[in-house]
Write a protein that binds this ligand. Structure first.
Ligand code: SAM
Length: 229
């Protein structure tokens, strides 16, 4: 392993068997693992039988720690950055550290793995040729409707993240602006026991989501206008 690198390591989004052997090797070899929630990462490390030094790198301390970690890397340390699930820096902390390393010409090595957005898109049945990743929309209805209005006639698929608490509200806001017939996919608990994909007109999908359990994590995919399954 080269010295003085940031390893950007993706981790499973539910199924621990999705962890690759390269991921294990990298985590085994680095000097320090910066992670979002040390308890979550500890579970992963226990699963793969590793004992490692971890440090909490969260949204609240990201600014300050990005500089400190980049200092360590520039002195030759190898640091891995992981988040609770999926890719670090994608709707998760990480961007500031990557930027800090790139601005100092430090080596950043991606170690790819699962990601909720791409996994959901690929299995949705909605067009995959051109898409826009919107991450989490703001909680306010007015902001969400503005977002949908701006993307109403866009010729691409849209991918959004949402929590269990706001999923139905998001679908209501979506239907109000894009209409009840807009083709969408709601993917829940991908790679986990209760994995569910519902694709079709928004009105029908919303009804299914309402009638099923809303426990867990959601990805919402929205097709361009006129697309039908
Ligand atoms: N960094 C992660 C990635 O690469 O996908 C995303 C982290 S973001 C804080 C968490 C959100 O991702 C969840 O609220 C949900 O929208 C989505 N997500 C993560 N895991 C998921 C899963 N197993 N099934 C469905 N959605 C998931």
């Amino acid at each position: 392993m080269p010295t003085g690198c940031l390893h950007l390591v993706a981790t499973p989004i539910g199924n621990l068997l999705d962890l690759t052997s390269r991921t294990r090797d990298v985590l085994a070899q680095v000097d320090l693992i910066a992670c979002e929630d040390t308890r979550v990462t500890q579970k992963l490390l226990n699963h793969i039988g590793l004992k490692k030094n971890t440090l909490s790198y969260r949204e609240e301390n990201e600014r300050e720690l990005a500089r400190e970690l980049a200092d360590k890397i520039s002195k030759g340390e190898n640091i891995a950055l992981v988040s609770d699930a999926g890719f670090p820096a994608i709707s998760d902390p990480g961007f500031r550290l990557v930027r800090e390393c790139r601005s100092r010409n430090l080596r950043v090595i991606p170690v790819p793995g699962p990601n909720a957005a791409i996994t959901a898109l690929s299995a949705s049945g909605l067009p995959t040729d051109s898409f826009f990743f919107g991450g989490f929309l703001q909680a306010k209805t007015s902001a969400r409707k503005k977002f949908f209005s701006e993307h109403k006639d866009a010729g691409h698929t849209i991918i959004l993240y949402e929590s269990r608490y706001r999923i139905l509200k998001l679908l209501d806001d979506l239907m109000e602006v894009l209409g009840e017939e807009r083709c969408i996919c709601v993917a829940r608990e991908i790679t986990k026991i209760h994995e569910t994909f519902n694709s079709g007109p928004a009105k029908i999908v919303r009804e299914k989501v309402k009638n099923e359990s809303q426990k867990g994590e959601f990805v919402v995919i929205v097709a361009k206008d006129g697309y039908q399954l």
